[in-house]
Ligand binder design. Structure first.
Ligand code: PBG
Length: 278
């Protein structure tokens, strides 16, 4: 169980495969997997190790559900690095954008080999879409889809997720995630991700940035996704647990708002609950 996300748990391989079957039976469009390794190191070497937990889990899920459920993987180093940053660090302790791109390419290939259908590039390094796309194409993975985190804002709402993945981060990600006060950068990021070959573009967090979802939806020639993140989930659960709001009603209202803003795909921890009501 994840304390700050009641109802959400870390899985074993066995329970994950059972959950994937539940998602399939519920009619969900897809699932996204994140890995929580036992050991971390500065390079995040568990990320591209074929025996790393995320790659092992991906193989197990794809073996079980095949193409009947879209299986997406988080492509970022933060769960695997001992310092908790989304990339590798330079000698001064800063995130090294270009050295990180090499690690993302290796991670993307490991995920494609494991059978992932969609790679969720969430690390926010400049050039990540083009770099991973080129690596995939060079190894014959033209059909693997890139879901680009196009506008990913620095947010206090990631807090519960960092507990969920046992993050070791000290400090913040403000050097590579976006400033919530900046709207125009999202459209520059959109143009860049499209030019590099993004197949789906995503805005995150969803709820506080619905204007950005709408702006990206108006400008994007590819499908637009929005991620209702951990803190958005936990806020609703916490207030409902106190009896202050109606859980199901507020859950659906939050999802409808994201859909109305223009998202064609929604990533949400409420997926199974919402599917039961729709
Ligand atoms: C990075 C990543 C994060 C989330 C998804 N991918 C964490 C972060 O930026 O700190 C957050 C998801 C959530 O809060 O629900 N691997």
């Amino acid at each position: 169980p994840i304390g700050a996300m009641p109802g959400v748990v870390q899985h074993t391989i066995e329970s994950l495969v059972a959950e994937a079957h539940r998602c399939l039976d519920a009619g969900l469009g897809g699932i996204m997997l994140f890995g929580v390794p036992l050991a971390k190191d500065p390079e995040g070497s568990g990320a591209d190790d074929p025996e790393g937990i995320l790659n092992v889990a991906t193989r197990a899920v794809v073996d079980a559900v095949g193409d009947r459920l879209v299986v997406m993987t988080d492509l970022c180093l933060d769960e695997f690095t001992s310092h908790g940053h989304c990339g590798v660090l330079d000698a001064a302790g800063r995130v090294d954008n270009d050295a990180t791109l090499q690690r993302y390419a290796a991670m993307g290939l490991a995920q494609a080999h494991a059978g992932a259908h969609v790679l969720g590039l969430s690390g926010m390094m400049d050039g990540q879409v083009g770099h991973v796309r080129a690596a995939l194409d060079a190894e014959g993975f033209q059909d693997v889809v890139i879901l680009a985190y196009t506008a990913k804002y620095t947010s206090g709402l990631y807090g519960p997720f960092r507990e969920a993945v046992a993050s070791s981060l000290v400090g913040d990600r403000a050097a590579y995630q976006q400033d919530p006060a900046n709207a125009t950068e999202a459209l520059r990021e959109l143009a860049q991700d499209l030019a590099e070959g993004a197949d789906i573009v995503m805005v995150k967090p969803a709820g506080p940035h619905l204007d950005i979802v709408a702006a990206v939806a108006a400008a994007s020639p590819v499908p637009v996704a929005a991620y209702q993140i951990s803190g958005e989930y936990s806020q609703i659960i916490a207030a409902a647990d106190r009896g202050w709001i109606d859980r199901d009603r507020v859950m659906l209202e939050s999802l409808i708002g994201i859909r109305r803003a223009g998202a064609q795909l929604i990533l949400t921890y409420f997926a199974l609950d919402a599917a039961a009501l729709l």
